[in-house]
Design a protein around this ligand. Structure first.
Ligand SMILES: [Zn+2]
Length: 305
């Protein structure tokens, strides 16, 4: 089953050197989630051949322009392509006002319903959930209200050992096996133990998106043991004063969070336009946490079950 993160934009506040403002597509078991929607997100989706009508949930971390200014263009294209499915937008206060104002002055009525979900500052809360996936907010420290997003697969069923299945089992017994029950007779006597007929469930995978934020160890508990962590690394340590002033992180700080959270892998993004060469950012992070990569446009990070 799929779990892929496609990087659409990796730049900080300004586009630079072919890098675009923040946006990522998170695909989990055929659900398409867009995380942030910086300018050019729509063009990037087209470039990487991702059908944007499949996106039903868009999560905006905060209302600095580099994280949402691509949204209006995307919404208009969805409308022009005659979308009818509801679109869910998750954001801190104000996005509804911004969008409604733009629609009003262009005298546009979208072909689909937009459902706004307001995020609250400092809140750690499940904001999306279905039978297979949940999304939870991660409170971040930034200049304005800001949340990261934690994507988790729910626990999966045990897998039936088809080659070893006795004949004549009933549907409810098969369903029970997947849940971990033994096969019993009508009096409750165990005929077959669960372990003899099933394999353990496949792994439930997790991804955390943390941008924008100053160094904030408070998030570590929430993301402990994460499979893949995206953490902003706007600056290198040499420019740490700038990071402090703008409430961003350095590469070493991002790597420290990954280390403390015992993440399996770290990816870095939201790079300042002051760096043409990103080598020093990667090198700095590697000194603290070895399994790290730059989250550059077009990179796809896939998590295995
Ligand atoms: Zn910001």
């Amino acid at each position: 089953m799929s779990f892929h993160i496609t990087i659409l934009g990796s730049s900080g506040a300004l586009p630079a050197y072919g890098r675009h403002p923040s946006s990522q597509l998170v695909e989990i078991q055929s659900r398409y989630f867009l995380v942030d929607c910086g300018e050019a997100a729509q063009m990037q989706l087209m470039k990487f051949d991702i059908g944007f009508q499949r996106i039903n949930h868009i999560f905006i971390s905060h209302l600095h322009g580099d994280h949402y200014l691509g949204l209006m263009g995307l919404l208009f294209s969805m409308h022009l392509h005659k979308r009818t499915t509801d679109l869910h937008l998750y954001s801190h206060r104000g996005l509804d006002e911004i969008i409604i104002t733009q629609l009003r002055y262009s005298q546009s009525v979208p072909s689909f319903k937009i459902v706004f979900h307001r995020l609250e500052e400092g809140e750690q809360k499940v904001i999306f959930e279905d039978e297979a996936v949940s999304v939870e907010t991660i409170p971040l420290h930034h200049k304005i209200r800001c949340s990261g997003f934690l994507f988790r697969e729910k626990p999966k069923p045990r897998r039936i050992d088809k080659d070893n299945l006795p004949p004549g089992l009933l549907i409810h017994q098969i369903v029970g096996l997947k849940k971990g029950d033994d096969v019993t007779d009508e009096y409750g006597n165990v005929l077959h133990t669960n372990e003899s007929l099933t394999f353990p469930p496949r792994k439930s995978r997790s991804y955390a998106y943390c941008s924008d934020t100053s160094f904030n160890e408070q998030i570590v508990d929430q993301i402990k043991g994460i499979d893949l962590l995206y953490h902003e690394a706007t600056f290198i340590t040499e420019d740490e004063s700038k990071a402090r002033e703008t409430k961003h992180s350095t590469a070493a700080q991002a790597a420290t969070i990954a280390l403390k959270a015992q993440a399996s892998k770290l990816i870095l993004g939201h790079f300042s336009a002051r760096y043409r060469d990103l080598g020093p950012i990667l090198d700095e992070a590697k000194k603290v946490f070895t399994n790290v990569q730059l989250a550059l446009e077009g990179e796809v990070f896939s998590l295995q079950e």
